[in-house]
Ligand binder design. Structure first.
Ligand SMILES: O=C(O)CCC(=O)C(=O)O
Ligand SMILES: [Fe+2]
Length: 302
């Protein structure tokens, strides 16, 4: 596992680019051929005619938005600016709660590849969260994993950004922090787009090669660690020449679990810095704030 260079203006990645907010993981043991095949299969899905993709829509009856499926974000207001991206958002864990009718049946390899990738990423995620528990000096290595509750949930989100004729007018994904505990991001190796906000400046995250995974702290972990870890604000910009793809695996707690600072980290001198919130409500509020381009976590700070 390779730690990126130190933070902020001293970033060695260059004045306009930054990898400081993300941990990069190489040598993770996930087969490169599996990653390539899954990205190729999802690219094939996104290139299908819209009518075919609509069969997996995230709008029930063409109207009511749900998290899972193919489509875009919920539309909250008439003047909401939409993102320039196509998404496929699928619950992959718990395995017995998968809605396979939302999983593309074509190409035929897609479901098997996603199943395999989910199992491989789980190992990587567990190892990272155990290392992070040690960094927090928790009594046990599973100190963060134990916070997930009985039914920790994992969503895979395939992001497809077609080339955009007016990149000056629209973003691929507007500024946000991930609401989950941890994200494992597989980015396009050739096309840049991800940017991270530091001290009021947007820094470009350069594309990474060799099947490197980017690890992003989500705001659930920011709360659990009582602010020791921080969920960076990031966005994706578009470009007029090339399409781009990414695959994010979002690891979240049980929907019924309260997300709160880990008790072991609190004391007289370290009071809780965040209010607790049930994860189900956290997700709902996240989308309310997201549509207004605000961060839900700000409302939980004490
Ligand atoms: O496409 C990317 O590089 C980032 C995607 C992202 O931030 C997300 O899916 O939450
Ligand atoms: Fe994100």
């Amino acid at each position: 596992m390779r730690k990126p260079p130190s933070c902020g203006r001293r970033c060695r990645a260059g004045a306009s680019s930054c990898t400081c907010s993300y941990l990069q993981v190489t040598g993770h043991g996930i087969e490169a051929s599996l990653m390539d095949a899954l990205i190729a299969a999802s690219r094939e899905f996104f290139r299908k005619p819209v009518e075919e993709k609509q069969a997996y829509s995230n709008l029930i009856g063409g109207k009511q938005w749900q998290l899972e499926g193919y489509g875009n974000d919920p539309v909250k207001t008439k003047d909401q600016i939409m993102d320039w991206s196509d998404r496929l958002h699928l619950r992959v864990e718990p395995e017995d709660e998968r809605n396979l009718d939302r999983w593309p049946g074509h190409p035929a390899s897609f479901r098997g590849l996603l199943h395999e990738y989910t199992a491989s990423c789980k190992r990587v995620k567990d190892e990272i969260l155990r290392a992070m528990a040690r960094l927090l000096e928790l009594g046990e290595d599973d100190g963060i994993l134990n916070q997930f509750g009985d039914k920790g949930t994992t969503y895979a989100r395939f992001n497809y950004y077609p080339a955009c004729p007016r990149p000056d007018l629209v973003l691929g994904i507007r500024p946000h922090s991930d609401v989950c505990v941890l994200t494992l991001l597989l980015m396009d190796e050739h096309v840049a787009g991800l940017q991270v906000l530091r001290d009021g400046t947007w820094y470009r995250v350069p594309p990474v090669s060799d099947h490197t995974l980017l690890v992003n702290v989500g705001v659930s972990l920011e709360i659990m660690s009582n602010g020791v870890f921080w969920g960076p604000v990031h966005r994706v910009v578009t470009n007029s020449e090339k399409e781009r793809m990414s695959l994010a695996m979002f690891y979240s707690t049980d929907l019924e679990k309260e997300v709160e600072p880990i008790a072991e980290l609190l004391g007289e001198k370290q009071p809780a810095r965040y209010r607790k919130i049930k994860f189900r409500d956290f997700v709902a509020e996240h989308y309310e704030y997201f549509s207004k381009r605000e961060r839900v976590i700000e409302s939980l700070k004490i």
